[in-house]
Design a protein around this ligand. Structure first.
Ligand code: ZN
Length: 302
């Protein structure tokens, strides 16, 4: 009993000391106001201070966030809400002044998304257990993907303005659908499928550098676009690829053509968005408010 009391007292003292730090005084909000599972949100931090030496950083879902000052002077970063987040997701805020830093955790409420279930029948070559050579191939491809996701955290933001769809066509399967393959629950559909005929153009959703071009077992001919600040979009199952690794592509630029390569039952483009290694619904990028950033010089919140 004495012990518990001592712990309680030290917590109160610690909180009293922390309450004076810049992190404790920062005003944190997010957009949209009611984040859903599996979506991108903006986290917006106002420091209520004129001290230009203050910098803002943080993390969410185990991924670093990349804060930049917007035109209003607030620090703003894109952040991923996990597809299986329950009720809240913690955002760890760091406010630095020279070598000092202070921290605070903000719990962001999360609304459940309505994910459908779908039955899928795929060729038995894909539903059988892969042999060791195939497992090695898949592991090597996963390692290449993981490198691209990590790299995106080191690329400065390249996207600007609005996002556009990789195809203007109908969506045939949305993000988050629970997949029953041959009647058995296997996975979630972590991308958005756009309809198309083989040869139809696929365009870049925003400005980016081509991080990876591959011929992958599951994804078929695939292009990874690194938009910077942790954000990657991926375009799968192409019949032809029109870009090379290292190319800079502009929003709307054709990067390839619709196909049925990899693990598919017919031609379409599977469009996948990642924040670092977190899969997020790319369509939620279209719901974010347009942002005007502060001029580039000395504005980095990193
Ligand atoms: Zn798909």
């Amino acid at each position: 009993m004495r012990c518990l009391l001592a712990i309680g007292l030290s917590l109160v003292l610690a909180q009293a000391a922390v309450s004076q730090t810049p992190a404790a005084l920062a005003d944190v909000r997010w957009q949209p106001e009611h984040p859903r599972q599996g979506t991108f949100i903006y986290i917006i931090v106002n420091l209520n201070s004129d001290d230009a030496r203050l910098g803002v950083g943080g993390s969410m879902a185990g991924q670093p966030l990349h804060f930049e000052r917007d035109a209003s002077g607030a620090f703003r970063a894109l952040a991923p809400v996990l597809v299986n987040a329950l009720e809240t997701i913690p955002f760890s805020l760091t406010v630095t002044r020279r070598s000092d830093s202070s921290h605070r955790v903000v719990l962001i409420p999360v609304e459940p998304a309505e994910f459908r279930s779908s039955n899928l029948s795929v060729a038995s070559r894909f539903s059988a257990t892969p042999d060791s050579a195939l497992r090695a191939r898949i592991a090597a491809e996963n390692a290449q993907s993981a490198r691209a996701y990590r790299q995106a955290h080191d690329t400065p933001r390249m996207w600007t303005g609005e996002w556009i769809r990789p195809r203007p066509s109908r969506i045939t399967s949305e993000f988050g659908v629970r997949r029953l393959i041959n009647g058995e629950l296997r996975s979630r559909h972590l991308g958005v499928d756009f309809d198309g005929e083989t040869g139809d153009p696929i365009v870049a959703a925003n400005r980016a550098v081509v991080a990876l071009v591959g011929d992958f077992y599951y994804s078929g001919n695939v292009v990874y676009l690194d938009h910077g600040n942790g954000l990657v979009t991926i375009y799968m199952h192409m019949s032809e690829v029109d870009v090379r690794q290292g190319d800079i592509v502009e929003r709307g630029q054709q990067i390839g053509k619709v196909g049925a390569t990899g693990r598919v039952t017919g031609p379409h483009v599977h469009w996948h968005a990642r924040y670092g290694r977190i899969a997020v619904d790319g369509l939620s990028l279209f719901e974010l408010e347009p942002v005007e950033y502060a001029p580039a010089a000395g504005d980095s919140g990193r």
